[in-house]
Design a protein around this ligand. Sequence first.
Ligand SMILES: [Zn+2]
Ligand SMILES: [Zn+2]
Length: 463
Amino acid sequence: MLVTLHGAANEVTGSCYLVETGNARVLVDCGLFQGSKHLEKLNFIPASLLPSKIHAVVLTHGHLDHCGRLPLLVKSGYRGNIYGTQGTLDIARLILADAAKIQADDADRENRKRARAGQKPIKPLFTLADAEQVFKRFSPLSYNEWADIASDTKIQLVEAGHILGSSSVIMVADQNGGRRRLVFSGDLGQWNVPINRDPALMDRSDAVFMECTYGGRVHPAYDDTIKELSRLIIDAIARKGKILVPTFAVGRTQQLLFHLSEMIAKGEIPAIPIYLDSPMATAATQIYSNHTDVLDPEVREFFSDDNIRRFLPTLKICTTALESQALNDVEAPCIIMAGAGMCDAGRIVHHLRHNLSLASTLLLIVGYQAKESLGRRLLDGANPVKIMGQTIFVRAKIVSVDGFSAHADKNDLLRWIEPLVRHKSRVILTHGESHQLSEMRHELQEKFGLSAQIPSIGDVIEI
Ligand SMILES: [Zn+2]
Ligand SMILES: [Zn+2]
């Protein structure tokens, strides 16, 4: 059995493994490279993948760095099924459609510039029509059921606890009279945090590919994170300010809605107006409501039926651009949740332009901010900043609440891998920056005397 790494090797994005058994060629994930021009150059389907000769694709979850090259794969001739849990396929549909729209807008903007300079126009990486060809191939699987996906290969998807529908993949292939078992962790979540169920543990495999996004980091305690959040909200309310929360549509938005309802129910914060000003986050929340059976039992009631409105009577959903603009005139205090999560695009930008110069405003950062993003620059104290061509002098309070990560930390990863290591599984570390990977390798050496492998992109591993 051969596994070739076509992404997420020595870095986080572009997850894509080609597994070749005796008779079958199967892809696990087919994600986009993101984060820099250098990485984005890798967003193509290598000829060696032979898309028309791949028998099946399995998705671990719907994030773009795991599904974003699927439109290119189908355009290059892939004609098989794309398997994942129903939750994963619904999220992937939302995320791919959104990515197609962003790419079309970016290409239009660039082409206006090029037209002025007399240069040839560029094409977006993929269009909505390309994404729709992907959706036709979606084939849902239930958690924990074995499914034959090729003549000699079957898989089982088990809970990974990262976002709705996320799974680890167990793959079993028969070849040359022997049976080989592989595990792909997918992106793993934290234990004992609401919204998602805890990751499932597995006890044996010939080899395991484990993500290491935070292979060397320990997250702050989750309870402390929630306490800090409520303290900051109370402080902003006392200052009669607007609380701006740049949100990632999938996962973080739902987590915040749930915690806000809990804080209000317990009387920790007053029931101030909460505006969800992101059509994508609203659509993602609906997907969570459609799949309460695979959520953490403690949040199922909150997300069921129309309960979100019952538990959060002050929640208002802003659908149109006009409704979003009208938030400029609403009274403070209030909470405005809007995308994009790193402040670089979407409706949050106009809220920042209107409110960052007010000392009463709180900008509450609850997610990862990449280098160079507006969110990162504001956190680092940039002042003034240029937003939509306007110079804004920043007087708002800007705070980052860490500890909301959708990813397992070092201790979670060790807990997940331990039963597999005890059963002598070979360990291959992927989906992490170099220092996170080497810290995890060091931990595994210290704790279990195990030497884990850290492959590079293009490496072929024989199992
Ligand atoms: Zn992910
Ligand atoms: Zn990932």
